[in-house]
Write a protein that binds this ligand. Structure first.
Ligand code: COS
Length: 380
């Protein structure tokens, strides 16, 4: 749902310019330094990027899902590491509070997340708990007016810079119903961080373990104040997150299309530009067609979400198709570049590595297939 077409067009255009004029030129430096320049982070704050999806009542821009998807399509045009700076504040690090938090939790955390004063992160995955998210092993034991947390959370995006974690821990029996969501401040006694993860791609994105060793937090840190709802909170967060990731993948695919087309129109082999060779044309056309298909499906799913439809299956379908699609597009973009595509001098080299993650996080492709097929069978 687009609330005010003119205001949205202005926002999208501002973000488009920021991405293309400030972020794209900084990509190579981020690859080299494995860090986002602080000046760029300040500009992101000034643009309101930390609060895109946080309701206006709590200091954010309160974008509808369709508006958020249109912004994500623009953000996807540059290295994924840039989005990760503010991605968790809009997505997995804030949506749990927005969906299920108490009014006091919203009042305290959301304005701080929206301004970027506080960085939020989402701690669900553990060393032995990945796809089977309902089997969380981290424990939370009530002790008077506190909980005591024990366990390890793994691959937590933005953990090295986070101030607060939406963290899932077990308060009850086995399975999803025994999981509770907590808001755990990073400075809680007993919380420490592991060393930075060394990843295949997305250089500049910070992830590490979060270790809880008799970590004490106040009892009012339970999201929504009720135990046993944490798995459902996590699933709600992931539904919207999956749609956002899907739109971001389409943005990445668009960039890869443009890089491949730019190269193919310059490079000459066998006496003509390679874009005039039909086998190259086939790859370009497949890239453009699949990117367009992804764009259509994420906008459709976002509109359905804004109109109140249940979009669990659609969000999973978008995540599945768009993350797999951008992998194929990246592969073709490297192929069109030939040997040059394997060299760091061309952006397709790191995009190829970067996009591999989209098929893994916020639910693997196989998990999306399970969600889709289960939903189909349940509907009869
Ligand atoms: N949205 C809303 N509610 C959901 C949901 C969703 N996407 N998926 C499950 N639920 C609800 C179910 O309706 C069920 O509720 P009831 O108990 O009231 O019936 C409850 O949650 C338990 O669901 P289910 O029985 O389906 O749980 P499973 O243990 O079988 O697991 C999957 C379901 C596999 C879908 C879940 O574990 C999952 O998404 N895993 C991937 C985790 C992931 O994405 N990790 C990435 C790390 S975060 S970056």
């Amino acid at each position: 749902m687009i609330r005010d077409a003119e205001v949205l067009a202005g926002l999208v255009e501002t973000i488009r310019r920021f991405v293309r004029e400030r972020l794209v030129p900084a990509e190579a430096a981020v690859e080299q330094s494995n860090a986002i320049p602080p000046a760029i982070i300040d500009e992101m704050r000034a643009l309101g990027l930390f609060g895109l999806s946080i309701p206006e009542a709590y200091g954010g821009l309160g974008l509808t899902v369709e508006e958020e998807v249109l912004v994500a399509l623009e953000l996807g045009y540059t290295s994924a590491a840039f989005r990760s700076v503010f991605g968790t504040n809009n997505g997995i690090g804030a949506q749990g509070i927005i969906a299920d938090g108490t009014e006091a939790q919203k009042q305290y955390w959301l304005p701080r997340l929206a301004s970027g004063e506080v960085i939020g992160a989402f701690a669900l995955t553990e060393p032995d708990v990945g796809s089977d998210a309902g089997s969380v092993k981290t424990t939370a034991r009530r002790d008077g007016d506190q909980y005591i947390l024990n366990g390890t959370k793994r691959f937590i995006t933005n953990a090295p810079v986070a101030n607060v974690f939406t963290l899932m821990a077990r308060t009850g029996g086995p399975g999803p119903a025994g999981v509770t969501a907590f808001l755990v401040p990073a400075d809680s006694p007993g919380l420490t961080l592991g060393p930075p993860d060394r990843k295949m791609g997305q250089r500049g994105t910070k992830t590490c373990d979060v270790i809880l060793d008799n970590c004490r937090i106040p009892a009012d840190a339970v999201i929504g104040g009720v135990e046993g709802l944490g798995f459902k909170t996590a699933m709600k967060v992931l539904n919207r997150g999956r749609l956002h990731i899907a739109a971001f993948c389409v943005g990445q695919a668009q960039r890869l299309c443009d890089e491949a087309t730019g190269f193919a129109t310059q490079r000459v082999q066998f006496g003509k530009r390679i874009c005039d060779h039909q086998l190259i044309q086939a790859m370009l056309a497949d890239c453009a067609t699949e990117t367009y298909a992804g764009r259509c499906m994420v906008i459709d799913a976002a509109r359905r979400c804004d109109s109140g439809e249940r979009i669990i299956r659609e969000a999973a379908s978008c995540k599945l198709f768009c993350s797999e699609m951008v992998g194929r597009v990246a592969d073709r973009a490297v192929q069109i570049h030939g040997g040059a595509g394997y060299m760091e001098d061309y952006p397709v080299e790191h995009f190829y590595r970067d996009v591999r993650l989209f098929r893994l996080y916020e639910g693997t492709s196989q998990i999306q297939q399970i969600i889709i097929a289960r939903d189909m069978c349940a509907q009869g």
